[in-house]
Design a protein. Structure first.
Lengths: 84, 591
């Protein structure tokens, strides 16, 4: 396989890694592991840990997928592996 | 007009719509039947996936569960949404590029083995059958509560409608009816949630109202969640937002269940095959985004319904004389989902910690001093006098929010849409697994297009009948088997698909050994702890979360066995490299 394919795949894996790190940090980190300390902080009407667990993490999931779509489509064009 | 009349109007209108759509999208060839000709636009596929995913459990039961669990309800909220990130980043684009009809198709081809295909096929059928039985039951319950027909009549009506559009239009018919069903269910849910929010906080958007202040009552001016926490403390209960309190789940349980549900979501065949129906890899990616966005609308509204209903219920019922209880309370008492037992003998309803009596209410048929329905259950030691079934939280929310009768009818139609859309998605998995993977790919590879279509339609009929049977005669463990479906999906498909895409060297022997280890361990653990009364022996992990461990075992076994056995042939390595880039995706093909 050509060098550019290896490069494309490596960039793809890096992107997936970064996005999944955010995914895990928000849901398992803020929503579960750190929920008790975060719950002592209230922002507007929400204890922060509870908000991340039942609202915030879901919004972040949606945004993560959107970022992935935009960046992957760009990467496809850059390496000329997009569908024509 | 009465609630009953409005409910009939809503249900008949929506069913008519589904049948009309099905007739318009009937198909003649297998490609249309299995993957809707791979021509579904991403936005529509997003809606169809959302309806496919959100079952009777999401629509009817989830907000109620969260309402009773407080913080711990998070396992469902995050668990049933977070899997879409895995699906979008790790599975959907590559499986679309692979371009076949079913999940066992991928497993069989990637691992160049009929054995792997058959193992995958059995998992797919088992997972889908356990899941579909619950859906038919859900449809039956909505029919019986709102349309006042027998549960079994309701199930038969639901079966007939599903059979009609699934057999006629296959995946194409199902997809377009699911789009309509999504619209019905989301409008119903959001209107009900919005009305409750408006009533309590003056803000019609529930996600915002949940974080603002109450407009009336003793606690007016307090933040909603502060008020809910406050009334819980007054009643001697743990605060609603408190995590890991001794009467709820510990951190390990919350963690493992959330992970098992997320990974299970990404491994469920009826969700995965939705991504075979779009025209390109790019479309598969963006339709995962649409799907989660549409799901998130309901999943961020559900915890607000849970909180609002919790507050409203305690606020309007607790320490209120029975004779002055709101109308919805008495309406739902008639259905047996609410019961009050006057332990203190003063005619006042007291809601406290613990169960009021043992088990579900058994009514004696007589009325008490205040007109309440008497029960014959053994009473508990607690001061609590109130029994509330979790399922009424969503179903009663329009009445709690003083919504007009037509809204109540719409919520009933929404519950039916949720149940029917999921059931139909599962039936197509069962039908395509048998007719495509078993009949065409293994038993009779020379089968003509006509023969394959006939087998697929016969399989739909058989699956509908089996699902309907379990809907009418539910095995006592229907709720329990849901843990099975997610645990098995997490422990079987997910690791094998991911490793099949992200490594070139994982081989046939590894995948088969991994799947069998993952499934056997998970199944054994669930059977031991759920049905044989054993204690959760693996680090105290509850059976609902054991899929996480099964998945890890699967990965380890697959990697170790692959490392010590013969590596896959060159054409398989080529196949893996090919699925990694979108170019040349083309249409799904059966050959």
């Amino acid at each position: 396989m050509s060098k550019s394919f290896e490069e494309y795949w490596k960039k793809n894996l890096t992107l997936i890694g970064v996005l999944l790190a955010v995914w895990a940090f928000v849901s398992y980190g803020l929503g579960i592991l750190l929920v008790q300390p975060l719950n002592s902080i209230w922002i507007a009407g929400f204890p922060l840990g509870f908000w991340f667990a039942q609202q915030g993490s879901i919004y972040v999931f949606v945004v993560l997928i959107l970022i992935y779509c935009v960046l992957m489509n760009r990467l496809d064009r850059e390496y000329e592996v997009d569908e024509q | 007009m009465s609630i009953l009349v409005w409910t009939y109007i809503m249900v008949i209108f929506t069913f008519g719509l589904y049948i009309f759509i099905a007739w318009r999208s009937r198909v003649k060839e297998t490609k249309g039947f299995y993957v809707a000709g791979s021509s579904v636009p991403p936005l529509a596929n997003g809606m169809a996936t959302a309806a496919d995913w959100m079952s009777a459990a999401s629509f009817i039961s989830m907000a109620g569960l969260v309402s009773f669990m407080g913080y711990a309800g998070t396992v469902y909220l995050m668990g049933w949404t977070g899997g879409y990130v895995l699906l979008a980043l790790l599975l959907a684009p590559y499986l679309r590029k692979f371009g076949k009809f079913t999940v066992p198709d991928f497993v069989g081809d990637r691992y160049y083995s009929s054995t792997a295909r058959v193992v995958a096929l059995i998992c797919a059928i088992f997972i889908s059958l356990t899941y579909v039985a619950g859906q038919m039951r859900g449809a039956g319950i909505v029919f019986s509560r709102f349309l006042e027909v027998e549960v079994s009549t309701g199930v038969v009506i639901g079966m007939t409608v599903i059979f009609f559009y699934a057999a006629l239009g296959g995946m194409k018919g199902i997809t377009w009816t699911q789009v309509a069903q999504y619209c019905v269910l989301i409008i119903a849910f959001v209107l009900a949630a919005g009305a409750l929010s408006y009533k309590l906080t003056g803000i019609p958007i529930p996600q915002l109202g949940f974080g603002s202040t109450l407009v009336e009552g003793e606690r007016a001016g307090q933040y909603v969640l502060r008020a809910i926490d406050g009334i819980h403390e007054d009643l001697g209960l743990h605060r609603y937002t408190e995590a890991f309190h001794p009467e709820g789940m510990g951190m390990l349980s919350v963690f493992s269940i959330t992970l098992a549900l997320m990974v299970g979501t990404a491994g469920l065949p009826h969700v995965i095959i939705r991504f075979f129906t779009v025209p390109s890899v790019k479309a598969a990616r963006i339709s995962a985004f649409w799907a989660l966005l549409f799901i998130a609308i309901l999943y961020t509204a559900a915890p607000t319904v849970a909180g609002f209903a919790r507050y409203n219920m305690i606020d309007t019922i607790n320490d209120t004389p029975y004779t002055e209880a709101p109308n919805w309370f008495k309406n739902w008492e008639q259905t047996g989902l609410v019961a009050w037992v006057d332990k203190s003998g003063d005619g006042i309803i007291r809601f406290r910690a613990g169960n009021p009596f043992v088990g579900a209410p058994r009514f004696t048929g007589e009325l008490g001093e205040y007109g309440q329905r008497l029960i014959s259950n053994e009473l508990t030691e607690t001061d609590n006098e109130l029994y509330i079934d979790r399922d009424i939280i969503v179903l009663a929310s329009p009445e709690m929010g003083n919504l007009p009768a037509w809204m109540v009818g719409l919520v009933a139609a929404g519950g039916l849409a949720a149940a029917l859309s999921t059931a139909s998605g599962l039936l197509i998995v069962i039908a395509s697994s048998v007719s495509h993977d078993l009949y065409y790919r293994i038993i009779n590879p020379q089968a003509t297009e006509r023969q394959r279509m006939l087998v697929a339609r016969i399989m739909i009929a058989i699956a509908v009948i089996i699902a309907g049977y379990f809907g009418i005669n539910p095995p006592g463990f229907v709720a329990e088997v849901v843990a099975f479906a997610f645990g098995l999906a997490a422990a079987s498909f997910f690791p094998v698909i991911i490793l099949g895409i992200f490594t070139t060297w994982v081989n046939r022997e590894g995948a088969i050994a991994g799947m069998i280890t993952g499934i056997s361990f998970t199944m054994l653990y669930i059977i031991q702890t759920k049905f044989m009364g054993m204690d959760p022996w693996f680090f105290g992990i509850v059976p609902e979360g054991i899929g996480t461990v099964g998945m890890l075992l699967n990965v380890i076994v697959t990697l170790v066995v692959s490392a010590v056995t013969k590596s896959p042939p060159e054409h398989i390595r080529e196949l893996v490299r090919n699925v990694r880039t979108p170019r040349g995706s083309g249409e799904a093909s059966g050959h």
